[in-house]
Design a protein around this ligand. Sequence first.
Ligand code: SF4
Length: 75
Amino acid sequence: MWFEVRVDRALCSGSGLCEVMDSNTFRVDDEGVSEVLLPSGSEEERAEFLEEIADCCPTGAIALERFDGGVSSEG
Ligand code: SF4
């Protein structure tokens, strides 16, 4: 599994909540809009934490998408 996290900059109100919760991933830039510093990863724990942050975003601007990678292992 790997994931990508995105911010819809048109929806972001610049509340800064995401940056407070995880300043390694989010930063409110000079325009007062959140940008994603670390947009992808593969750690389940981090994916779950980012989903929590997405749920907390007051405007629903944060989206997390998970991918399988299409690799199957048997055996
Ligand atoms: S929590 Fe949501 S609205 Fe607030 S800065 Fe982050 S993305 Fe923007």
